[in-house]
Ligand binder design. Sequence first.
Ligand code: HEC
Length: 97
Amino acid sequence: MRFVLAAALLAGLGSAQAADVLRGADLYQRHCANCHGGSGRPVMPTAPDFARPGVLFKPDPVLLEAIRSGRGAMPAYQGVLRDREILDIVSHLRTMR
Ligand code: HEC
């Protein structure tokens, strides 16, 4: 009984809070792949290689902020993507190693 309750709780939390990696992958292909490449190997020479170890060795909120406000040649995504969507993309980036 206790287990069922815990599982139900987890499922509820999951739908409310866990990042949606599939939606992140879709958004990534539409908004980011032009420069960062479909698999995270950069098309634009100054873009970081997400497949290289260490490049994403930053906490989610730091990456969120970088994507929100833009970096170098990368445009700012505040107002274009919601934070929730950016965090979904970040969880997709973390599958690229
Ligand atoms: C116009 C090309 C371009 C697009 C589009 C683009 N980026 Fe970037 N991105 C760059 C470049 C160039 C850098 C390196 C910036 C620098 O440090 O000078 C970068 C850096 C980054 C970094 C590293 C930031 C850090 O602080 O280490 C992340 C994460 C990132 N991009 C994610 C994304 C995501 C997610 C998207 C789509 C929502 C995206 N980028 C769209 C060009 C782009």
